[in-house]
Design a protein around this ligand. Structure first.
Ligand code: PMT
Length: 400
């Protein structure tokens, strides 16, 4: 042992078990000592050797004879900050709810005195079975921390609730439980996402292209790094992360109010929203009738949110975006200076499957006084973390 805080990671036999080595690696990278306990079914999805390689610790499996100590099930959680079962199958939840003790992991959890977390992961039909729901309720009543599964695509292609939450989120929960702070712990981060919509009449509007995926990824990444996150979003199609405060707006003026009223309380503002620069000058309260003449739409400029907060910026970190197709660096630098940003992420929105709507993005990060940092095209959560790696350097030291 190296003095690191210990976490017990229980892995049970669901398909999401393939994510366990990556989760264990993140926990280890976060400075934790990770002790893995696996069920026999889990071993069919992921090899104990993989978990041993990433944790540096021997993995405890269902094979009692292979254990060095016959009392491992009693000792393994001693001194642990928390135990996390991820993924937790329906079978394992049932065993836990009813106190079964038929393998090393069930007995380990029965003997645990540390906080226990379970991350159920299964097909939506199984999750919604009354027996499974009841078992989850029993566990919650007993003080077990149930991490709600996410909505999304299952391994079998079905869509619904039952996905294992992101391993970054699970890792951040364990870091918190162990009292190990992420680099945004104690910081308040405001993120904007998605488009704004500007009414033409009761039925029509003008808007910008944006799914909200980039902003949602930034909010999730900031949350995983320990921040208290408020996500101000227009009408988005992206799935929004759990564990962040959400504020829904429609127009640029509503987004301006939502940002400026919270700005003085934040440490960092990240403007990933695609705010409409113009709005119809005279929106009609009713629906404009289709006539012989095509109506002419008069537009007027919307307020610029970043320009508004630039005046009251103080020591807060401001990160903006620019969607560009040419002269990326020059246009980005000009916008950064004009709006008093610390960091600007210039999206190349001219490429295939990148930027707007896509799950991927290709950005160059520009910041005050430094060379441009071009990032390879990557999934938006990875891009979000690279942006935060740069942005955190601009935070002033926390007030003691
Ligand atoms: O939502 P996705 O589908 O995931 O797509 C992500 C994205 C491409 C929309 C996102 O990464 C992005 O680039 N957002 C900003 C796009 C944009 O509006 O760029 P801009 O050059 O018009 O604005 C520059 C900056 O000023 C942006 O940070 C913007 O939020 C901000 N702005 C713009 C207009 C306005 N009235 N007020 C603002 O604060």
């Amino acid at each position: 042992m190296n003095g690191a805080k210990k976490i017990v990671l229980g892995v049970t036999g669901g398909v999401a078990a393939y994510k366990a080595p990556e989760l264990a690696r993140l926990l280890k990278k976060g400075g934790l000592d990770v002790q893995v306990v696996m069920t026999r079914a889990a071993e069919r999805f992921v090899a104990p050797l993989a978990l041993r390689c990433v944790t540096g610790n021997a993995v405890l499996t269902a094979d009692w004879d292979a254990q060095t100590d016959p009392y491992d099930h009693l000792f393994v959680t001693r001194g642990a900050s928390a135990a996390l079962i991820a993924p937790a199958t329906a079978n394992f939840l049932a065993k836990m709810a009813h106190g079964a003790a038929d393998d090393l992991l069930t007995t380990t959890i029965l003997a645990a005195r540390c906080p226990v977390y379970v991350a159920p992961s299964m097909n939506p039909a199984m999750l919604n079975n009354p027996a499974v729901r009841e078992n989850i309720r029993i566990l919650e009543k007993r003080g077990i921390n149930v991490v709600p599964p996410e909505v999304g695509e299952m391994a079998d292609g079905e869509f619904g609730e039952g996905r294992l939450p992101s391993i970054e989120y699970l890792a951040s929960l364990m870091m918190k439980a162990a009292g190990v702070a992420g680099d945004l712990a104690g910081r308040r981060v405001l993120v904007t996402a998605g488009p704004t919509v500007e009414p033409i009449d009761a039925a029509r509007f003008i808007s910008n292209r944006s799914s909200g995926k980039m902003g949602a990824a930034l909010a999730g990444a900031a949350r995983d790094r320990g921040a208290d996150v408020t996500l101000i979003h227009g009408p988005v199609t992206a799935r929004l992360p759990e564990g962040v405060r959400r504020v829904s707006v429609r127009t640029a003026v509503e987004m301006l109010d939502a940002v400026t009223s919270r700005f003085s309380d934040c440490d960092m503002l990240i403007m990933a929203a695609a705010v409409a620069d113009f709005r119809p000058a005279r929106p009609s309260a009713g629906k404009i009738k289709k006539g012989d003449q095509s109506p002419t739409l008069a537009l007027e400029p919307n307020p610029d949110i970043l320009e508004a907060v630039a005046k009251i910026k103080g020591g807060r970190v401001v990160v903006g975006f620019a969607a560009e197709t040419e002269n990326l660096i020059k246009n980005g630098r000009d916008k950064m200076a004009a709006k008093n940003m610390d960091v600007i992420c210039v999206n190349d929105v001219g490429g295939e499957d990148s930027g707007f709507d896509s799950d991927y993005n290709e950005v160059t990060i520009l910041c005050r006084g430094e060379e441009p940092l071009p990032l390879r095209r990557a999934d938006k959560p990875s891009v979000a973390n690279r942006i935060l790696d740069v942005a955190v350097k601009f935070l002033s030291a926390p007030v003691a």
